[in-house]
Design a protein around this ligand. Structure first.
Ligand code: VGL
Ligand code: ZN
Length: 181
């Protein structure tokens, strides 16, 4: 069975110093780089917003396409990424889920690669990671999140724990990197 490492939105604006920083967001980077040795296929998503979008009525301006804030964290080993998926590209489009993209049918593409299991890492736990993992289950993939390679915003304290609980109830396996061989 082939498995893919899913790297969600490890971009400068979601890291300390960015415009929508996830606390300790940059700490997922070394964990993700180490995990790359264990996977057949690496898929990275990027939040890739236009300058004006209804999404910015809910959030500070972040990850505007082709700006430094939208670049991947400089320490992420992008040389090993097989596929980059841009999302949130429309003017009325939140694009929280990796599967919510016009570029390609991601679920179909993954199946064509022979992938049956998806392991999610990245930012932010209770938004794009959760939305992507829940969609992955709906698309029929065996789905996991790797707890030490994700970080959340916790806008309201408890949001992260709630999100993990919600994912678990939907059938997502919650594990840490030491359990991945
Ligand atoms: C995200 C809020 C707004 C995320 C993206 O990547 O989790 N969160 N846009
Ligand atoms: Zn966004």
């Amino acid at each position: 069975m082939r498995r893919a490492l899913m790297i969600i939105d490890v971009q400068n604006d979601f890291c300390p110093g960015g415009t929508l920083p996830v606390p300790e967001g940059d700490q997922v980077v070394p964990a993700i780089n180490r995990l790359m040795d264990k996977f057949d296929l690496m898929v990275a998503t990027r939040d890739w917003h236009p300058e004006q979008t209804t999404h910015f009525e809910k959030w500070p301006v972040h990850c505007v396409r082709n700006t430094p804030g939208a670049q991947f964290h400089p320490d992420l080993d992008t040389s090993r990424i097989d596929k980059i998926v841009s999302k949130g590209t429309g003017t009325k489009d939140d694009g929280y889920s990796a599967f919510d993209t016009e570029e390609l049918d991601l679920a179909a593409w993954l199946r064509e690669q022979g992938v049956e299991a998806l392991y999610f890492t990245g930012l932010a736990t209770e938004y794009c990671v959760k939305a992507s993992a829940l969609d992955a289950v709906k698309h029929g993939f065996k789905t996991f999140v790797i707890t030490d390679a994700i970080r959340g915003i916790d806008v309201n304290p408890g949001d992260i724990d709630k999100a993990l609980e919600e994912m678990k109830e939907a059938g997502v396996g919650i594990l840490d990197a030491s359990k991945i061989y």
